[in-house]
Every structure is written in structure tokens, then in C-alpha cells.
Write a protein that binds this ligand. Sequence first.
Ligand code: F6P
Length: 324
Amino acid sequence: MGEIRRIALLASGGDAPGMNSALRAVVFSATKAGIEVVGVYRGYDGLIDWETKVLTIDDVRNINNQGGTFLFTSRSERFLNKIYREKAASNLRENDIDAVVAIGGDGTLRGAIEFCKEGIDIICIPGTIDRDVSCTEYTLGFDTAANTAMEAIDRIRDSSVSHGRCSVVEVMGRKRGYIALWAGMATSADAILLPEKWDGNYDSVTDAITRRHADGRNSYLVVVAEGVTDAQALADRIRDKTGFESRVSVLGYLQRGGQPSAKDRMYASLMGAYSIEILLQGRQNRIVAIKNDRLIDYDIAEAIKINNNQLDSFQYELSLMLQE
Ligand code: F6P
């Protein structure tokens, strides 16, 4: 591996708060190490279409507090196709790019695993609100999203209590229940339904509501992860089985936006700087990860087999204990 002189930088997949902080740290670290940074717009699609801009520190100086990604993002369908990955690789070669730094979630990592087979050196930084990249205990954006969901649910609860209703709140997370678990525990939800634990037993939910209703409770809060079931179908079942007036709120994309928390800005800065350290050490095709609250990195092809990100059983048991 020769000297790194020029890198491409992109964000890909669902945007996540903290992506801008990571982009900023990459540009600062690379520039100060004498590496030129070419920003690629719209993720992997921008690599295929070569939609780029050379970035300087001035471009990223004031983006730390901004949600989204200033380089935009995409879920590139074309990148799934080898012909387009070859096109992207030839663009990189023609433009003398020595390595790519990509920030994104599980789909971005999978794209990177295929892309490095084209002879491209790629370093991934895990950024997704879902916390669903298996090799890392943390992904950028989760903390902000969990806090945003918590604040929204606090407000929904006020109205739910006033009206004596059951509120079913659906949060994001794809197949993972971290946002639901954290936001649900933080808002004292009466039921928290997680994809990792859901056994399809609606009766356990409705029976608990009926029991507590009989004990004099007049409002109820269910937080359901999107990977569990359709929230409206769940609310309809609750209404039909318990007679409790039920309302659904799907928090949706508001969880992906907004100013990143201090944790997300900090971890993003650390991960961004660390990605350049990896390149300077001459290591290739790595993903940055957090283990035991420390920065580490894995070979990207191996990373998919590592599971440092199981649902914490103590947290889960505690959430059940607190649902009485
Ligand atoms: O991966 C982040 C995420 O927000 C998931 O929680 C959600 O399932 C998905 O993206 C939505 O994707 P899209 O932006 O393509 O609608």
C-alpha cells in the first residue's frame, strides 16, 4: 500500500445525527495529515456519477451541530450491481483516489464489502440511528434519536393521560429494538415491544391492559419498534380486546433529524479521526467500532460475523420489571 494522498469521503444509507460531525473530523484530520479530501455527494450513487467537490476545513468548520449530512445521502440500488461498482472504482482510479471513507449503516457496510473486491481500499464508520451494525456497540445517531423519541413520547403521554386513552407509539429501528427499549424505558412505557423478543402473543399485551384497567389505570402507553408489527393493527386489537380507546403515533423521520447530542458529536469526531489514523498506518478495508467504550477496528469482511451488539439482557429484564 503506497502513501495516501487523496481520499474520497461519503455518507450513505439513512441519514443519522452525528454524520456531519464525523465528516468534519475526517476533513480536519486528513487535511492536517496532508491528505486531500474529495467529498462525494449522495453516497454510493455519487461515486457512480462522480458528483464530487474537493473539501477544505472551511467547508466543514461549522457543521458540528447540524443534523443530516451536508454531502447528502442515498440508498443506491445501482451499487448492488457489479457493473456500477466497477464504474465507481474506475472513477476513483481516474481521479487518483487512494482510499474511500464511508459513513453509514449495515447496507453501507455490505456495499463496502463488495466494493473492496474491485481493489478499492475502503474504511467504514458506523452511522445509523438503528444501532444495528453487529460488530459495534454504538452507531452514530442512536443517542440523538433515542432522546428525540423520548421527548416526543413524553408529549404524547401528556395527551394520553388527559384523555384516558391507550397510546401506541411506533419508533424506528428496522429489525432492532434499541430505540424502543431506550425511549420506552425513559418514558416509563407500560409495554415495550421489541423485534428481538416479540413472540406474536398479543394477548400478553391486551391482558395486562385489561388487568391494569380493572385496577383503576385510565391511560396506557405502548412503545412498539417498527420491526415488531403494524402499529395500527396493534392499536385496533387493543381497542377490540380491552375496549380501551387507542391512538397511534408513528414517530417516523423526526427521529432521524435534529441537532446531534453531545455523545453523537463526540463519538463522531473520534471515529472520523480514527478512520484517518487507520489509513495513515497503512491498514486497508476496515470498519471502526466501539467495544467496551473504546475505539477499535475490524476487517470489513470479518466484521459481519462479529456480534458485539446483542440486546443487553439486564436492560431488557429491567424494562419488564418496570412495566408494572
Ligand atoms: O436505517 C434507518 C432507518 O431510519 C430505519 O429505522 C428505517 O426502517 C429506515 O431507515 C427507513 O428508510 P427510508 O429512509 O429508506 O425510508
